[in-house]
Write a protein that binds this ligand. Structure first.
Ligand code: ASP
Length: 584
């Protein structure tokens, strides 16, 4: 038997007990006549003691040779420590070792296995198995497991069935490129890895499964933006015989249960906001509502004066930054430079100081009087001590610029508290978006999303005006889930493919299976998928999903530990008909 207890378990109640522990050497403090070893396993750290007076002579030399990360087994008696460590659960005791075995040696690790490590990101990823020994990563993985478990239990209790869907499939468009896998048995043909199990979960509804979920890997070959992974995990769900309201209620229940269990605080009823409202008030379809600073549109009160910049703008929009009148002129100049950086791209910024005596001072005093500023303050909700910041230009550009500025101000003011959780449903997304580059409509969610029934008539006359029963769940400014009510009849699905620029032949060859299924009694259905990695990271109070994935890829999509992707040899290429010469 390697161990009788683990390293986080023993306390004063065990004094006098004979125990055997196994684990890794965290630290070896050799004081000559006394040696202390901190022994670590997943559960904690227990101190081992060897001293000349009480330990058999043969053990002392062996104990001295044990370096960091050696794997050892120690047997001994639990005794009370003379100097206690209140910071750890085993801090009142130590083990007076009577038997010791080195189970395996270790090279000196390339970084310290401590909560605060000296290892950089690359080194930590290259030796991820060592990184996982550290508390922060280990705890994140345990936390992730806990959340996955909560989700599984909750959904199972609600009669959802977890069904596995295939990984070698045909393209399921979710707006990214497919990863493809060549088929050896079918020369020149390829599988696609699922961007999501979307079509399969719909087929499960046609199959009468009624309530499905799956914690599942999805694959999207996108240019990797910061903190995206080419493979990621979704909590994928679908229900039959439901309307949007049923879905929102069910998954609000799930999310509330998870947040309440993890944080101890019930977030209450989730507010809802339409997509149009979110864009108008926050310039963004995933607003962070932990703080205010909603946009105030100022066109009506700014455009009748001589300030040409505003007169020529499609949108003049301001936010009231709380208590920011404290900012110096220099601070504001720096902020102006910040919004003018190419990443943000504003052409300039106007400010109004709301002074304590109720008057205003601004960078455009020449053009506007105190009454004007009073109107601006009213619209933006500014009070004395606040600073109104105003941007202007084309609506499509100004909104994201102002959204970035709002987030930046919130960050600087410490309003993005990771311990506060503010969920929000964003509903009534447009069905389609016009893509200038390809001069085509794209599905805003995916091609299986149903138009709102009352907008069906607009599908051919004014497609841009059609809204969908599509919804996103937003948490602290992050989209953590999204879904829709689906099309469940062949005619509408064909119309949709047509709108998206598929020829009937293309639609048939790519999605014939789904349209066929729709001819065999497909029930009304809808669903949602949550990004598990992000959900876990946010609930864990962090922004980086990588820290919550056991073996993540770096930001060029590489696994630098196993060195993938990598070249394959010529024989393998030949076998897969990937060698052009072979195909000829
Ligand atoms: N398949 C969708 C996605 O991955 C989610 C859904 O519509 O249920 O975003």
């Amino acid at each position: 038997m390697y161990r009788t207890h683990h390293c986080g378990e023993l306390n004063t109640k065990h004094i006098g007990t004979a125990v055997t522990l196994s684990g890794w050497v965290q630290k070896n403090r050799d004081k000559g006549s006394v040696i202390w070893i901190d022994l670590r396993d997943r559960y904690g750290i227990t101190q081992l003691i060897f001293d000349e007076a009480r330990t058999s002579e043969t053990l002392m030399p062996l104990a001295k040779t044990l370096g960091r990360e050696f794997v050892i087994q120690a047997t001994g008696t639990v005794i009370e420590r003379s100097s206690k460590n209140p910071n750890i659960s085993t801090g009142d005791i130590e083990i007076l070792v009577t038997d010791l075995k080195c189970l395996n040696q270790s090279k000196t690790p390339p970084f310290t296995i401590e909560d605060d490590t000296d290892g950089g990101d690359t080194l930590r990823m290259q030796y991820r198995y060592l990184d996982i020994r550290r508390n922060p990563i280990k705890n994140n993985l345990i936390f992730r497991h806990r959340i996955a478990q909560l989700v599984r239990n909750y959904l199972s209790e609600q009669h959802f069935i977890e069904v596995e869907t295939p990984v070698l499939i045909k393209s399921t468009p979710e707006g990214a490129r497919d990863f493809v896998v060549p088929s050896r048995m079918n020369p020149g043909q390829f599988y696609a890895l699922p961007q999501s199990p979307q079509t399969f979960k719909q087929l499960l509804m046609v199959g009468g499964m009624d309530r499905y979920f799956q914690i599942v890997k999805c694959f999207r070959d996108e240019d990797l933006r910061a903190d995206r992974q080419p493979e990621f995990t979704q909590i994928d769900c679908e229900m039959a015989f439901v309307e949007q309201e049923d879905i929102l209620e069910t998954f609000e229940g799930l999310t509330r249960h998870v947040i309440a269990t993890v944080t101890g605080n019930d977030p209450g009823v989730f507010p809802r906001m339409t997509y149009d409202d979110a864009m108008k008030r926050f310039g963004n379809d995933k607003p962070d509502i932990r703080f205010g600073m909603a946009f105030g549109e100022l066109n009506a009160v700014t455009q009748q004066k001589d300030f040409q910049v505003f007169n020529q703008s499609e949108l003049v929009v301001g936010i009231a930054v709380p208590k920011a009148n404290e900012l110096t002129r220099k601070d504001i100049d720096q902020l102006t430079d910040w919004v003018k950086r190419p990443q943000i791209g504003a052409s300039g910024m106007v400010y109004v100081r709301c002074l304590e005596d109720g008057s205003f001072k601004s960078s455009v005093d020449k053009f506007y009087d105190q009454d004007d500023f009073k109107a601006w303050a009213k619209i933006t909700g500014a009070s004395a001590g606040d600073l109104i910041l105003v941007l202007s230009g084309d609506t499509q550009k100004v909104r994201p610029q102002m959204s970035a500025l709002r987030m930046e101000m919130a960050e600087r003011l410490g309003l993005r508290d990771p311990k506060v959780f503010a969920p929000l449903w964003v509903v009534d997304f447009p069905l389609l978006e016009w893509d200038e580059a390809s001069e085509r409509y794209h599905a805003m969610h995916h091609p299986f999303t149903a138009p709102k029934p009352e907008h069906m008539a607009l599908l051919h006359t004014n497609p841009s005006a059609v809204n969908a029963n599509a919804y996103d769940l937003v948490l602290n400014g992050n989209e953590i889930g999204g879904g829709s009510i689906r099309i469940h009849d062949k005619t509408t699905q064909s119309q949709m493919f047509d709108l998206l620029g598929f020829t009937p032949e293309e639609a048939k060859s790519q999605f014939g299976f789904l349209m066929n299924a729709f001819e065999f009694g497909a029930p009304p259905h809808g669903g949602i998928a949550f990004g598990l990695d992000r959900l876990v990271a946010i609930l864990g109070g962090q922004e980086t999903i990588r820290e919550f994935i056991a073996f993540p890829k770096n930001n060029t999509g590489r696994d630098i530990m196993i060195d993938a992707p990598s070249a394959i040899d010529q024989n393998q290429l030949n076998e897969l008909y990937l060698n052009l010469k072979t195909i000829e």
